[in-house]
Ligand binder design. Structure first.
Ligand code: IMP
Ligand code: MG
Length: 188
């Protein structure tokens, strides 16, 4: 059932100022690690990571190039992690330092596949920066080299994360109300 009434805004889990402080810390860590790099190719995973990526790379001092990648999982596939590339990157990555920027790592299937793909293409280094990590949900091993926040297993929205394309533009990370979560669970 879907109500036409305007839903309540999601409850704040991570406020905007805390997000921005953590983004500054992550950018500083990335700058330290890549100070000797010729350039860092930052690859945002569409669509959710766009909001985090733009805030993050504005604070990075080392030379960066930006590109985007989009995948969708095959619904009904028996092989978890089987992905379809919807939008590939434009830049060649052979011999380059690559940083994958993602909004959230959940089971890990998406990122495992993406990281392996860029390693296979001959990138010099491939690391992962994720705003959020639901570590207890992990089914396949993925190292999050730069992690914004580890969170418990709750469905989160905002700052790029959506529920059915809604709430991406919230300036904070929030959790849906129990009623909204019930709708989400029923849809899975
Ligand atoms: P994974 O392959 O299970 O790690 O899937 C990660 C993807 O699932 C993310 O890129 C998100 O698109 C989506 N996802 C996982 N948890 C959430 C959540 O709490 N809110 C919104 N999207 C989520
Ligand atoms: Mg995503």
């Amino acid at each position: 059932m879907h109500s036409n009434a305007e839903p309540l805004p999601p409850e704040v889990l991570i406020p905007a100022d805390r997000l921005q402080r953590r983004v500054t810390e992550l950018a500083a860590a990335i700058d330290r690690d890549y100070q000797d790099s010729r350039r860092l190719i930052c690859i945002g995973v569409l669509k959710g990571a766009v909001f985090f990526l733009t805030d993050l790379i504005k604070q990075i001092q080392v030379p960066v190039a930006v590109d985007f990648f989009q995948v969708s999982s095959y619904r009904g596939s028996t092989t978890p992690g089987e992905l379809r590339v919807r939008k590939d990157i434009d830049l060649p990555v052979r011999g380059e330092d690559v940083l994958i920027i993602e909004d959230i790592v959940d089971t890990g299937y998406t990122l495992r596949t993406i990281l392996d793909m860029f390693r296979f293409r001959g990138a010099r280094t491939v690391r992962l920066c994720a705003l959020l990590d639901k570590r207890e949900r992990r089914e396949v091993e993925v190292t999050v080299d730069y992690c914004g926040f580890e969170i418990e297993d709750r469905f989160v929205v905002g700052y790029g994360l959506d529920f059915d394309e809604r709430w991406r533009n919230l300036p904070y990370v929030g959790v849906l109300t129990p009623a909204q979560s019930a709708v989400e669970k029923a849809a899975q």
